[in-house]
Design a protein around this ligand. Structure first.
Ligand SMILES: Nc1ncnc2c1ncn2[C@@H]1O[C@H](COP(=O)(O)OP(=O)(O)O)[C@@H](O)[C@H]1O
Ligand SMILES: [Mg+2]
Length: 263
């Protein structure tokens, strides 16, 4: 077992001189009596892939929704690009959202539109003054970068689960985001397709120089994509480290992830 794991040690990410694009301190969020996020602190450094690992229902999606201003936390500091998100005016929030690519858990493609139309939609809505030729070029480039140029004229119903995820990622890449938020990027995929999506996430990190938060309960996804992992348990970050570090920690809360998943 130890040998198998050691094959997968990621090179250490170089944090030297990198700025913090997201900074969270003491964040709390409740829904009525349900105290979901408990004193969350984390930072996302420019250019890194940070994984938030945890079982279903622990508060991962709530955290990501707070970051993009879809939910308002009850207390705590939550800065993106150095600006406090809660209480921000909507025009300022819009400007920040344009720099964030949010790839939803369900790819949420428009079923009545082709792949091309799905991808050009956010571009037409957010970037004005482009010619149709420029739009076509950017759509084709984004699709090519996720390996799906050949599917440009297909309808969503004709796509496999993995292809839908790729189109969803292309649709966020079209706006050249500085931050990528992936919510369960591999859920519902077979292991081989999931592996391809994990590789795509790494490719995006390199090619687009994004900083990313990857939310997952899939330990293989965490291992392949994350430079660091924050492990969430019942709404709290209880362990933080590299995959390698966490794999050696004898803690009842994280052990099941390593025992019940093959990687
Ligand atoms: N809009 C909401 N209103 C009330 N409760 C919510 C809302 N969104 C999430 N929750 C609750 O927050 C908890 C964490 O949910 P979530 O962040 O979706 O978990 P996961 O880690 O699977 O992404 C769950 O108990 C869920 O029921
Ligand atoms: Mg979720």
């Amino acid at each position: 077992m130890a040998d198998t794991k050691s094959n997968f040690i990621k090179p250490l990410f170089d944090y030297e001189g990198r700025s913090r694009v997201v900074e969270i301190e003491g964040l709390n969020k409740s829904f009525g009596d349900n105290h979901v996020l408990k004193n969350i602190s984390m930072e996302l450094y420019e250019g890194e892939n940070l994984v938030v690992l945890g079982r279903s229902g622990t508060g991962k999606s709530v955290l990501i929704k707070c970051i993009v201003g879809l939910l308002t936390p009850d207390s705590g500091k939550l800065e993106v690009f150095g600006q406090q998100i809660p209480g921000m005016k909507s025009y300022q929030m819009d400007a920040i959202r344009k720099k964030i690519g949010f790839s939803f858990q369900l790819s949420a493609l428009y079923d009545s539109m082709t792949v091309r139309q799905n991808i050009e939609f956010p571009l037409k809505r957010n970037v004005h003054g482009l010619t149709q030729a420029e739009i076509n070029q950017r759509v084709e480039e984004a699709l090519d970068n996720v390996g799906l140029l050949y599917a440009i004229d297909l309808m969503p119903v004709e796509l496999s689960g993995g292809m839908k995820k790729r189109v969803g990622i292309a649709r966020t890449l079209i706006l050249n985001p500085e931050i990528m938020l992936y919510d369960e990027p591999t859920s519902g995929l077979d292991p081989i397709t999931a592996g391809e999506i994990n590789e795509l996430i790494l490719q995006v990190q390199e090619q687009y120089h994004t900083s990313a938060i990857i939310i997952t309960h899939d330990i293989t996804c965490a291992r392949m994509t994350g430079n660091r992992i924050n492990f969430m348990y019942e709404g709290e970050f209880v362990l933080k480290g590299t995959f390698e570090e966490l794999s050696h920690i004898d803690d009842y809360r994280i052990k099941p992830f390593f025992e019940y998943n093959e990687f």
